[in-house]
Ligand binder design. Sequence first.
Ligand SMILES: [Zn+2]
Length: 108
Amino acid sequence: MTDEKKTPKIYVFCNNKGCKDTGTFRGWHNMQALAEDGTGLAGHLCSNHAFAAHDMGIDANGWKRDLYAKHYPDGFEVVWVADPENHEGIQAAFALPDPTAKTEESSA
Ligand SMILES: [Zn+2]
């Protein structure tokens, strides 16, 4: 580990399994923003897959970035992920314990 400052990433993806922006998916696109530390930051239903750029703050002037800034006040990078099931960063975040979950010891 180093003390090197690294801009944290926020992954934005469409949570409709199999939706790959081909225009064939019919219905709402369930966009999600997941911090690299495993925190779910925001969600948004888009009527069009392509609206995620604005609605999920991938664009610098898009929505949700106020929420992202609360989680990462020192800066962040929003990354669009087209294929979350095969994305290393998202899979690593999924593997972490949910940081918002209450840490209750199981009675095992
Ligand atoms: Zn979609």
